[in-house]
Structures are given as C-alpha cells and as structure tokens.
Design a binder for this molecule. Sequence first.
Ligand code: HEC
Length: 178
Amino acid sequence: MGGMEFNKILGAVLLAGLVAMLAGFTAGKIMTPEPLTENVYKVEGVVTASTGAAPAAAVLEPISALLASADLAKGEAGAKACAACHSFDKGGANKVGPNLWNVVGGKHAHIEGFTYSAAMKALSDKDWDYESLNAFLAKPSAAIKGTKMAFAGIKNAQDRANLIAWLRTKADSPVALP
Ligand code: HEC
C-alpha cells in the first residue's frame, strides 16, 4: 500500500480512538448521579444474581416521582427487612445499625455515639436527601464504598420509594416531599 493510504488508515484509527475516548468520558459524566458527591455515590458494577440488589451500571431512576404515589403501608411492611438492625421510633435503641428516627433530611451518621464506618463518618456534613437514600438503599455497598451496612439492597424502585416515604414520617418534623 502507498504511504498516503497508510497515513489515511492511521488517521482513521487515531480518530476512532479519540471518538471512543470522548464517548467514554461523556458516559462517565452522565453516569455520575447528581447532585450526589461524585466519588462516593457510584452506581456501578455487576450484581450477582444472588444479592437481589438493583441492577448495576444503569443510571438509577430518580424516585421523586414515585414518592408522590408511595404506599406508606407497603413501606412499613418493607421496613421489616431493616428491623433486625434498626429501630425506627424516637429514642429507639441502636442495634447492629443506628436508630433511624430523624434520618430522612438528617445528616449522614446522624446518631451521636453510634460507631459508624469511616466511609459513613466522612459524609457527616451531607444531608440524607431522597436521592442519596434511594442510591444507598438500592445497593449500600456501591453507594457508599466501605459502609458497614451489610444489606444487599432493594431492587425495585417503587419498593424503595414506599419505604423512604414511610421512613420520612419517622421524624419530629418530616421534611417536605419533593
Ligand atoms: C444487617 C444489618 C442491617 C440491615 C438489615 C439494614 N441496615 Fe441500615 N445500617 C446498618 C449499619 C451497620 C449502618 C451503619 C453503616 C455505616 O456506618 O457505614 C446502617 C446505616 C443505615 C443508614 C444511615 C444512618 C445514618 O445515621 O446515617 C440508613 C438510612 C439505613 N441504614 C437504612 C436502612 C434501611 C431502610 C434498611 C432496610 C431496608 C436497612 N438499613 C437495613 C445495618 C443494617
């Protein structure tokens, strides 16, 4: 092949590489959930069938819309999955996990005196808003790397919305719905 042709081919290969890089970069941007802390809440990875957690890699569907139609009774029923480790009532005891009164709208690591993981403590200036709870409950280990909450996650977005809507009521003055 002539030199010109070779250069064209080389050029095409380089261009393809550049396009691929840009696409990867853009995809990375899109997949970073907003407005969550960029390097902490990452929805990623491949989930094995046994965990039952939210499917990975995909952008997590925001639950704002689902909260509006949330079913509190179903949310309360769903909270049975948490009760082994959490109490929900005001002043309730910490168990394996902290008491969850006032957690929606509260800060990460909101219970003074509970021994949180370093990963959770590092976020203690951040509010638990609806989408950060959504990401955490979909797959705790992916949302907060290093969390010690040993819970696979809740796969179904409406189930998460029901539970978060119910959890919201467990507060002195529940924060507004989105
Ligand atoms: C096996 C025990 C276990 C189960 C089951 C569990 N959690 Fe947890 N949870 C923990 C632990 C331990 C922590 C503290 C995590 C850390 O420090 O990284 C925690 C932390 C949390 C936090 C953050 C609390 C704070 O003060 O910032 C929330 C919110 C939470 N859990 C909600 C839930 C919900 C809702 C469920 C049920 C769907 C659930 N957890 C199930 C053990 C559990």
